[in-house]
Design a protein around this ligand. Sequence first.
Ligand SMILES: [Zn+2]
Length: 281
Amino acid sequence: MKQFIQLIVFSLLCFSALQVHAQDLHRKNGDLPCLNKNFNLVVHIAVDSLNRDPIVAEAFVNKMLIETSEYFSPICVSFTACEIQIIENNYSYANLQDSPISVEERVEKMEVLFSKERRINLFIVDSIQNVDCGIGQFEGITTRDDANMVIELFNCPDLKDSQNLAHQIGHLFGLYDTFNDNADLELVDGSNCQTAGDFICDTPADPYGKMIPVPSEPGVFLVGNYESNCEFIFNGQDENGEYWQPDMGNIMSAYPCKCGFTRQQYFKMVEVYNNSEFKNY
Ligand SMILES: [Zn+2]
């Protein structure tokens, strides 16, 4: 019952805060499974290069985790910090640069140095060069030592850090971005939803960042984007001549209008977790 009330309150907040053209965000969740699980994170905080102070305080972390947990309450999952570690000895982790080694190597090094096995590790930095918002290891929750996430406090258009973190947790639990760059573009009618886009069928096709050819003008492309105020206005059309209407409120989108997950996204996260090693820890 408590979960149900929380859900209604959160849904109302979510709905009133954003005039999202809601598809199937988490409001319709009557039959969702309940994992009844709190994850105790190890949180690593970078220090600034000037005073070598932690870039955020413990209170910031705890508040963010409470807010992030609300997005997962429909499946009875929450996140708390059981351990907060300050990366004291190396002040270059606040702003990860792409030289002299690549940012991928820098991030990997950071994770190898500080991550704890069998735990979800969250790194909080100011920025990573050429990376927006952060990194969530895809299906990291299925691994022993790769359940790692990094969030950037800058370089991210999201309104809230908790939304950015919820997005990275989505990756950790096996969700792709709704615009998934590594798969074919989903059609507006959703007919290829199982093999294109994010492979989830109740998230509408999302052309974010995609080069969309204009049929009447060979060689001309439109880049999938949006107008401000969370309104999607884009003249590109899919190969059936239909206009996209992505769900800008989806946590796994790249739009700064995040509000919730869909029912099938919740099912996917639960399935990935239930098949993971983590379940036994
Ligand atoms: Zn992402």
